[in-house]
Each structure stands twice: as C-alpha cells, then as structure tokens.
Design a protein around this ligand. Structure first.
Ligand code: GLA
Length: 696
C-alpha cells in the first residue's frame, strides 16, 4: 500500500512476494469518468463518503447529522516483536504496523493494525475507531479489514466457503465470482452453522497441492459479515467484521471501538497449504495456554447413551467401563441440574438435582478420579427455560420487546448477556461450580439463535449494541474463568458445531464439531472443518451402530478411524458393547494414544476428498517428517477394485519409510509420493489406518 496524491491509503498488491520498488508505479491516481470515484475502490480501508458505492468499511453519523467521511492518512507507527512470553494467543509475538487515519474535519480517528506472523506469512488485521471530538458519534458499520485482490486473472476468481445447518456443518462450496456481492454472514447472534466466518479465493487454477489462494478468517463469535464483492473494474474486495445488520454503537467523547481481528494470508501452495498455515497459526498463536501444547484427552460423554436420564449409579457404571477401555476424561452432559428431565425445564437452575445425585456431584467425581480419569461437565449458561426458577426470579433478564411474545427455540430463551448483572450471575455460578468441585473440563453449550433482541432498559441509542456486548461479555467470562482456573479445559459447543471460529478459539481448547456422529457423514463435515481449523480442536466421538440420526450401520473400526482423524472421544452406550467390541475399542484407543501427537500437532494432507469418488484419504505428517499416519475410507466396493495406490504427500523423498506397525515392508518417500502406497480395501464402508515411520 502507499499514500496517494489525495492522502488516501491506496492498496497496491497482495500476493507472492515481490520487491516493493516494483509496486511503486502502481501508486497513481485512478479516475473513471461519470459518477463514481473508482479510486476509492482501491483504498486499503474505505469509509463511506463521497462518490463511493462499493461495500464500505466504516459508516458513521456525527452529532449534527452529517454522515459523510473524508479520511486521510495522518501517520503510522511500527512496533517490533517482543520476546515470546511463553503464552499463546498474545500479541507480543508479532511485528506490528499501525496506520492512523483522521477525518478532515471531525474528531474521528481510525487506526489500522497489521500484525505479521512472519513464519507463517499471515497478517492479523483489525482497526480501532476513536472519538477525539466532544459530541457522541454513532457507528453504523465498522469492518475489521478490507482485503483487496486485483489482476488479469480476476475474471476467473472463485470463492470457496463453508455452508451448513444443524447436523451438517461446514460443507464446502466453490463458485465463480461474477460482478456483484456474495455475502456470508450470521444474523443469529452466534457464529451459526449456516456459514462459517472465513473465505478463500483462488484464480480458478488452485487445487489441494498447487495454485494461488488468498484467504482470511474472522475472530468473532457473534453476528458477523463477510462481503465478497467483484466490481465492474475487475477488482475483488473482501470486507468483513461485525455485521452491520441491526447494529449501532454510540461512541462518546474519548471512547474507542475495537473491531475483532481478521487474519489473512496468501499461499501459492493451494488449499492444502492454506489449511496447514492456519492450523499452525492456531496451535502457536490462538489456542489458549496451558493446554495448547498438550495432547487433547480422550473423553467419554454419555449424551447419546442416556440423553437427560443421568444419575449417579448409571454414570458410575459407565465411568467404570470407560476407564477400562482407556478413556482419560469422563464428562456428564445435560440433565444433572434443576428439574432438567427434558429440554422443557430447568435450564438456568445450576444446582445439582438431588434425585439424580443424592449427595451432590462429589461421590461421582471421586469415583471418576479414583478410576484415574478427570471429570468434566456440561453447561449452557447463556440460556433459560421459561419453566425454571431463574426465569421466575428474573423474567426481565432475557432479550425481549415489550408486548411481543418471544419465540422459543428448543423451549428456551436467550439471556441478555449485554447486562452486567447477567454477566455477574454467570461468572458467579460458574466460579462456584468450579471452586466446589474437582472439575477439569467444561462443555459450554449454546443451543438457539437470538430473536426479538430487545434491551429496553438502556437509551435507544445503545439498544442495538447487544450483538457486540453479548459476545464481549461472553469472552470476558471465559477469560476470567481461565485465569481463575487455568487447569480447566473448555469446549465450545452450539447445537453441534455452531460456534466454531477464531474468536472463541482464543478461550476454548476444543470444539464439538457436530451433533451428527455418523462416521461416514462426519468425513464430509470434518473435511470442511479442516479447511480452516486445526484437527487438535476437532472433537469426534465414536457412537453406536446403527447411528441414531440415520440408522446407518458401520463397523466399530470404521467409526474409530473416522473419529481418530481429529481428537478422539467415545459417545456410545458402553453397556451395549460386548467383550469383543470392548477389546477392539481398547486396542484402538491405545493405538490413538501412540499416534495422537502426529494427528494433533502434525500437518494434514487431504489426499482424496470424501465428496469425490469412492475413496477418501487423509494423511498426517509429524515433526521432521519422521512419522506419518494414513487413513483410507472406502465408500462402496465396485467392479472388484480392491487394490489402490494412494500417492502420499509431505514425506522426505530421500528417506526410507517402514510401512505398518510392526513393519510389513519399506518404500522411499519418493516412491510413496509418486508411485503411491499400495492399499487393499474390501467391502462397503471399509477403512484402514496405516502407520509410516522413517527407517533410521
Ligand atoms: C446440544 C449439544 C449436544 C448435547 C445437547 C444437550 O445439542 O450439541 O452435544 O450436549 O445439546 O442438551
């Protein structure tokens, strides 16, 4: 970027590294006659004002009703990287550039932040908007960043993104961009499964292993919006941040509004390289300490086995069986509190149900700990059933408009977490729960979209701030809980995978990927997830066969293999497993313990996608390319074809690898990556897990 003649910050180029001097000639005024200021389209950040008709990055109203912005660059600062503090998620590990902009007349300053993770070639961008005048300013739209793409290839640009719904999250879509806008967004109050807040654009030639990809992912768990706009001048601009839909923020004198971070990058190595960069970024800079560097524990969760029917005796029995097969963390899901015997009542009443747990949680926790496992528990703090003590005491604590009946979703209402007393209530009961019980893990759920979002107690100018205040307070609660209980791990869940994003990932150790636990459907859900998010954070349970969602029958091995491609958990009713199944589960769990460092901390290579042909293959390569794991899934046997050759990736081409454990044969890295590894798979829904290791 550079400062042009009109003191605007003009974007010049984004792509493969080139010397800055080659870009200098691009810095020139650009004019197009007739009714549009085409130069504004080239701005690095483009506030709304003047003859500018593309998606703006900032829109405000001043106290006198003026809604026009004319911003010029007023300087910049550079801060160099501080030594690593050992904590992840900090900003000290980046070089930082801050560009300052100022309105030519009004007291409005915008600072554009660029934090460069040089090892990964990624940039974290966000901006802050400060009222340096006397009177309040109303912000109507404040994007985190504008990403600019241009060039001759613009005519072939394709957008890749994720779309989905409950039980079917993160399905990949790839479309050619033509003039106009494609909007990915959530208006549901939370991240939502409908779209996920990231984009990837390629020039029409990229694949898994090759080609230019420009990408970005937004760190925000509330209403968000990413607008991908191709203009008639052959430019593509991606504007993203907090959704401006029903949004307004009152900025008083001296106040600053900080937007969420939008992380972006470029690679010439295709979608595979994009994902690996993002995964490494999350492991190094996003996932919270102190667990980010440790393998995720194998958990057991009885939700699918018992639903709301939890009690001390049955949970103790399940815990015994879970411990026998090698589980490390035993989690009690919904149903342990208040009158929560179904989803119709009790939500909000976070006291142990004494009919189900006569002496509280302590006996079960002691039993679980005695079996050598950690104990975890489910909560859904942002919600309330109207049939609850909490709602009776505080009917005004939910989002609502006077005189309108609020829509119920799963028989519940959303608590107004923009209110400080609601925030304090949640923080208090969570602190109490964690202080009084030896709880090592929290599954934090959130099971409905926001609606009728009234907050009538505050002045009208502040009522639409709820969309942002709710999420900020949520982040603050998680932050405080993590500080108070640094050893406790947190999982972000939202009717399955409805709250997966880089924002909550600063506080959550892992995500519940989907309520759909069918191991075949999961291949597609997990494939889409892996485009942006790290396998370490992707929770996958082995559940029953036939699966409760679709009656599909799959072998225990297939179910395990599908779940072992992320962080493994068990969600089946262990009372239904016979001795043979338990022995097989035990074997696979101990195998997973031997290989999880490769899956959770290594590099992922999506060799054959699950939505294209019969065979799906995904490979993980560990540090120094010494070890690798290959998973192969056969959908349906056809034409007697059982002998496959799967071309691997990411190995050391000059080294010999032992294949199998114990080793069956050896091949060179070069042979494995070019000739391919011979794999035999017979039968519908068959699968294989193959281990490879460098021969020292
Ligand atoms: C949501 C979650 C499930 C389970 C139930 C409990 O649907 O995604 O995993 O916790 O809530 O009510």
């Amino acid at each position: 970027m550079g400062i042009n003649q009109s003191q605007g910050i003009q974007h010049l180029y984004w792509g493969e590294k080139v010397p800055a001097e080659d870009c200098a000639p691009l810095l020139k005024p650009y004019d197009f006659p007739f009714n549009t200021n085409a130069e504004k389209e080239r701005e690095e950040f483009s506030p709304w004002g003047g003859m500018f008709f593309a998606e703006p990055s900032l829109k405000v109203m001043f106290h006198d009703g003026v809604r026009d912005l004319k911003m010029i660059c007023s300087g910049h600062t550079i801060r160099e990287k501080q030594p690593e503090s050992g904590e992840t998620g900090g900003n000290n590990s980046f070089d930082e550039l801050v560009i300052h902009m100022q309105d030519v007349k009004y007291g409005l300053r915008v600072s554009l932040f660029y934090r460069v993770a040089e090892d990964l070639d990624l940039i974290e961008r966000h901006c802050s908007i400060t009222n340096t005048g006397e009177a309040p300013i109303l912000i109507e739209n404040a994007a985190s960043a504008v990403w600019n793409l241009s060039g001759a290839e613009a005519r072939n640009y394709r957008l890749t993104h994720a779309a989905g719904k409950w039980g079917c999250e993160n399905q990949l879509r790839r479309d050619l961009l033509s003039e106009g806008k494609k909007i990915l967004e959530s208006r549901q109050g939370f991240t939502s499964p409908t779209f996920n807040p990231w984009f990837a654009i390629d020039d029409g030639t990229a694949g898994e292993t090759h080609g230019p990809v420009w990408f970005g992912a937004l760190a925000w768990s509330g209403n968000w919006k990413i607008t991908v706009e191709k203009t008639i001048f052959n430019r593509v601009r991606v504007v993203g941040g907090v959704n401006d839909f029903d949004f307004q923020w009152e900025l008083k004198s001296g106040e600053t509004f900080e937007t969420p971070v939008f992380t972006g990058g470029y690679t010439s190595g295709g979608f595979g390289e994009m994902s690996r960069k993002l995964h490494q970024y999350q492991l190094a800079h996003v996932l919270p300490g102190p667990h980010a560097g440790k393998p995720t524990k194998i958990l057991y969760n009885s939700w699918e086995a018992t639903f709301f029917d939890v009690n001390e005796e049955e949970q103790m029995k399940l815990a015994q069986k879970a411990a026998e097969i090698g589980v490390e963390l035993f989690v009690v899901d919904d149903g342990w509190f208040g009158t929560r015997n179904s989803d119709r009542s009790g939500l909000g009443d976070w006291t142990v149900n004494r009919k189900k747990f006569p002496s509280g949680l302590a006996p079960l926790i002691e039993h679980v700990n005695g079996l050598g496992m950690d104990f975890g528990i489910w909560v859904e703090p942002e919600m309330v059933n109207p049939d609850s003590e909490l709602y009776k005491a505080h009917p005004d604590w939910v989002y609502q408009f006077p005189g309108r009946e609020g829509s119920l979703g799963r028989n519940q209402l959303v608590l107004n977490l923009a209110r400080d007393e609601v925030k304090a209530y949640i923080l208090d009961f969570m602190t109490d729960l964690l202080e009084k019980n030896n709880i090592a893990f929290i599954k934090w759920d959130m099971n409905r979209s926001f609606s009728e979002c009234g907050w009538m107690e505050v002045p009208r100018s502040k009522q639409r701030e709820i969309w942002v205040r709710h999420i900020r307070n949520l982040y603050q609660i998680w932050h405080t809980l993590r500080q108070r209980f640094p050893e406790v791990m947190f999982e972000s869940c939202s009717g399955g995978g409805g709250r997966i994003d880089l924002g909550i990932m600063h506080y959550a150790d892992q995500f519940w990927t989907s309520d759909n636990t069918d191991a075949f459907d999961r291949l597609k859900i997990q494939y889409g997830y892996s485009y942006v998010y790290a396998p370490k954070a992707m929770m996958c349970w082995v559940t029953e066969s036939p699966n409760s969602m679709n009656e599909r029958k799959l072998s225990l091995t297939y179910r395990f293999h599908s779940a072992m491609t992320g962080s493994l958990g068990i969600g089946a009713n262990l009372n239904h497993w016979n001795d043979e199944e338990k022995a097989e589960a035990c074997r696979l769990i101990s195998q997973y313990k031997e290989i999880r460092h490769i899956i959770q901390f290594g590099s992922v290579f999506r060799l054959l996608p699950p939505n294209d042909g019969n065979i799906c293959a995904v490979q993980y390569v560990g540090e120094d390319k010494k070890e690798s794991i290959l998973f192969v899934f056969n959908h349906s046997q056809q034409f007697g074809e059982t002998d496959l050759r799967i071309r691997l990736q990411g190995l050391d081409k000059n080294k010999k690898y032992e294949i199998g454990s114990p080793a069956d044969f050896t091949m060179t890295g070069s042979g494995l990556m070019n000739l391919g590894l011979p794999v035999q798979l017979k039968g519908d829904f068959s699968s294989a897990l193959i281990r490879l290791k460098i021969l020292e």
